[in-house]
Design a protein around this ligand. Structure first.
Ligand SMILES: Nc1ncnc2c1ncn2[C@@H]1O[C@H](COP(=O)(O)OP(=O)(O)OP(=O)(O)O)[C@@H](O)[C@H]1O
Length: 246
């Protein structure tokens, strides 16, 4: 689905990403962990075209997207959720979903995507984010967690193959965090999406039960399951430190 080859990003004299390589299998869930400032968000900015790399290549489904504009990359099949919910507060929940549904229709030129009709699609998306009972409510009246779930459903409505989520559980309670892990898993299990998540919350990482990618000092230093990663001395020293949570 995605192949990042030896990417380098510098800001002035500081090298934030150095020779970083990574690949994502189609239909997989992957989670990036790493200490503050190690370059996780910068990596998302490079993948989505907000920033251009100084060196290296980014390949999406066999196509070189390195340095292409963000709108073009979105149309080629990558959607992204920022930490703060990117929803339309004055529109209803259903209207928020109709906007990306329409954008997906325009992008593909066909509705032969996930569902058989627009009504079915809308109902499935409302069900996915647990907001069927609030379909006509204005989004500004929703709780923080509900806005985050709505935005994840909006990404699904836009129907790209690859979905990037930047700390989707930021500001959430423990039950909300657990629900978010279930939602992210459904993107893969029910809809076949490839998902790449940045997350700090280890209870969420554990619940997600997926491949972990550990970044340190601008590089990928380890990949694997949590059980392996949490035993790694370098990871423990540099990132997990004393956090008994892992
Ligand atoms: N536009 C920019 N100009 C200059 N420096 C930047 C810019 N964007 C990021 N940086 C620097 O690059 C480094 C990596 O930042 P980045 O936000 O990618 O880290 P992160 O791993 O996502 O951190 P966090 O976990 O705190 O979100 C930091 O030192 C940051 O200050």
């Amino acid at each position: 689905m995605l192949e990042i080859k030896s990417i380098v990003k510098r800001f002035g004299g500081i090298t934030v990403l150095s020779d970083l390589s990574l690949s994502l299998e189609p239909g997989s869930v992957n989670c990036i962990i790493g200490p503050n400032g190690c370059g996780k968000t910068t990596l998302f900015n490079l993948i989505t075209g907000r920033l251009r790399p100084d060196d290296g290549q980014i390949i999406l489904k066999g196509q070189d997207i390195t340095g292409r504009p963000a709108w073009r990359i979105a149309n080629l099949g990558i959607s992204r959720k920022f930490q703060i919910p990117g929803v339309y507060p004055e529109l209803s929940v259903a209207e928020n979903l109709i906007v990306p549904l329409a954008a997906a229709q325009r992008r593909s030129g066909s509705m032969a995507t996930m569902f058989s009709s627009r009504a079915d699609r809308l109902a499935a998306l409302l069900d996915l984010c647990g907001l069927s009972h609030k379909a006509v409510d204005r989004v500004e009246t929703l709780a923080h967690g509900e806005k985050q779930w709505l935005e994840i459903a909006m990404l699904l409505a836009f129907d790209t193959d690859l979905i990037l989520l930047d700390e989707p559980t930021a500001g959430m309670s423990v039950p909300e965090t657990e629900k978010t892990a279930g939602l992210v898993k459904r993107l893969q299990s029910e809809f076949g999406k490839t998902v790449l998540v940045i997350e700090h919350d280890m209870s969420f990482v554990r619940a997600l039960d997926c491949r972990l990618i550990v970044m340190l000092r601008g590089k990928v230093v380890r990949e694997g399951r949590l059980e392996e990663i949490q035993k790694d001395p370098e990871v423990i020293a540099a990132y997990l430190g004393g956090t008994a949570a892992c």
